[in-house]
Design a protein around this ligand. Structure first.
Ligand code: IMP
Length: 196
């Protein structure tokens, strides 16, 4: 079965292809001739991933899935959430975003936060969503040089290293994205087996 992952990130595609196994052929946006930027102007992660999956399905007539991720901070009532990439402005700069986050949490004792990924699978039979969550806390100063985004200020629950102090392999075993993808892969494999 061929399935499109609505992303241009080859690394993400490779990673998911490895999890899916050879019964599935995963292609990216470039492979289906989609070169336009996909809109992400909804107010929820669910809305954005659905918007991207629907766009690809309606325009390109292929079964596909799309993801969207946000950092949800309890003391900020879920912000930056769906606006995580552009929290400090349209320049989408990770350093500016972290700086603003730490400023906004300066007087807060409650440092609880979570990363949440929502994946929407869109096929002719309909749509399904899968969620992956990584609980943790926002520390006072950035630590570590790996990863991207808010990794240097995010301490996963039960760990003493921030996500940016972990090797990619280690992060990939616990991450919100990995957890959502695992649910998607389990669903696809189970269905494949029951249709065999
Ligand atoms: P996207 O939906 O994967 O593009 O993620 C949106 C934004 O959330 C990114 O631009 C980052 O600011 C943040 N983000 C998503 N995943 C991670 C992660 O694994 N670590 C740190 N920040 C992340």
């Amino acid at each position: 079965m061929t399935l499109c992952f609505a992303t241009n990130n080859q690394h993400k595609i490779k990673e998911v292809q490895a999890l899916l196994g050879s019964d599935f052929t995963l292609v990216g946006l470039a492979d289906i001739g989609c070169t336009e930027e996909l809109a992400e102007d909804q107010t929820t992660l669910e809305g954005n991933s659905l918007q991207k999956a629907n766009y690809v399905f309606d325009r390109y007539h292929v079964s596909c899935f799309a993801d969207d991720t946000g950092l949800e901070v309890e003391a900020l009532r879920g912000a930056p959430g769906v606006y995580s990439a552009r929290y400090a402005g349209q320049q989408r700069n990770a350093f500016d975003n972290m700086k603003l986050l730490l400023e906004n949490l300066r007087d807060s004792k409650n440092r609880k936060a979570r990363f949440r990924t929502v994946i929407t699978l869109r096929e002719p039979s309909g749509q399904l969503q899968f969620e992956g969550i990584l609980n943790g806390a926002i520390i006072g100063e950035p630590r570590g040089a790996e990863g991207f985004g808010y990794d240097p200020v995010f301490l996963p629950e039960g760990y003493t290293k921030t996500l940016a102090e972990m090797a990619l392999n280690e992060k990939n075993t616990i991450s919100h994205r990995a957890r959502a993808i695992e649910k998607l892969v389990t669903h696809l494999k189970q269905r494949n087996l029951s249709n065999a």
